[in-house]
Design a protein around this ligand. Sequence first.
Ligand code: SF4
Length: 365
Amino acid sequence: MTATSVDATNHQRIASLGERVLNGDHITRAEALFLINLEATADILDLLSWSNRIREKYKGNKIHLCSIVNAKAGSCSENCSFCAQSAHYQTGSPKYGFVDPEPVQAAADEAKQNSVTAVGLVAAWKGLTEGPLLDEICDRVRELKATGKARPDVSLGIIKKQSIADRLKEAGVECYGHNLESSRRFFPQTCSTHTYDDRLETIGYLKKAGIKICSGGIIGMGETREDRCDLAFELKAIGANVVPINILNPIPGTPFENKPRLPVMEILKTIAVFRFILPRQEIMIAGGRTMNLRDAQSMIFMAGASALMVGNYLTTLNQPVEKDLQMLKDLGLDPDWDNHGFSDQQENGCGCSSETCDREPVVTK
Ligand code: SF4
């Protein structure tokens, strides 16, 4: 039997960083890199015990549930190397045009029945321009909002005009999903048909319109641990409200089809470090959860996750929502179905919550 060595220095340093975050302070990039480079299982479990405390302090026992409707599938002009819906690759993924009212209504009914907070309409295309399609989307959003059964969210790609973001807000969009995918440094290895700055510009228009931001990324694409930390700090800088962490599910036919899977402890450690960097945000575990975490899925909450994508993903299957609800119940957690406005995320401009903070607000690039 091999004995596990416990490094007392690491133990103390993790505890001191955890206490600092619990007291409303925030950690530096160097400190985040120390955490994400922990290797021993004993140290990682130590880290998880603190990320769990941080989640409990800011989120209690509430878990934010979201679901999505694939409103327009396949044939996307972009070449994101992880994506089954890109027209650049042969993946066998379905292709159809913009969705009719009925599936959206059905998704709202199902959301209400399962205590799911939000239904997101997701479209596979580069972005949204003014015209009949924008009118149609606004109609679907109004219809979804009128049901009163779920928060109407959308994820509709790149926006190039403030007026489009304003129209969406007017129709009732409360939160817009737009991932940064990875660090600025690694992004060009995932896509060459649009830029990181295109994505940041879109987020700028949405924030100006008063729309909340759901933005995160994908881990396991070949990026470094440093890239993962930098993504989390970038998301802090843009003031993301919900931070989805997707774990790459390599799709045959895409350039990333042969990427090796991340070890489970590496995934849990990454979630924990995100919780240290983003103590108040909804950290949501989204695509690739069941495939990559298997029996360790319930550990995501100890790692600091406070939100879950339930129901099927865009191109892959998830476990049944009943199983997710049972998992929450077994852990003493409750769906946070009525927190639509992210009122628990109020903090100082720099991202901390200290009452005596006098730091300058974080400026988005
Ligand atoms: S991730 Fe979005 S933009 Fe990129 S190829 Fe897929 S659908 Fe298109």
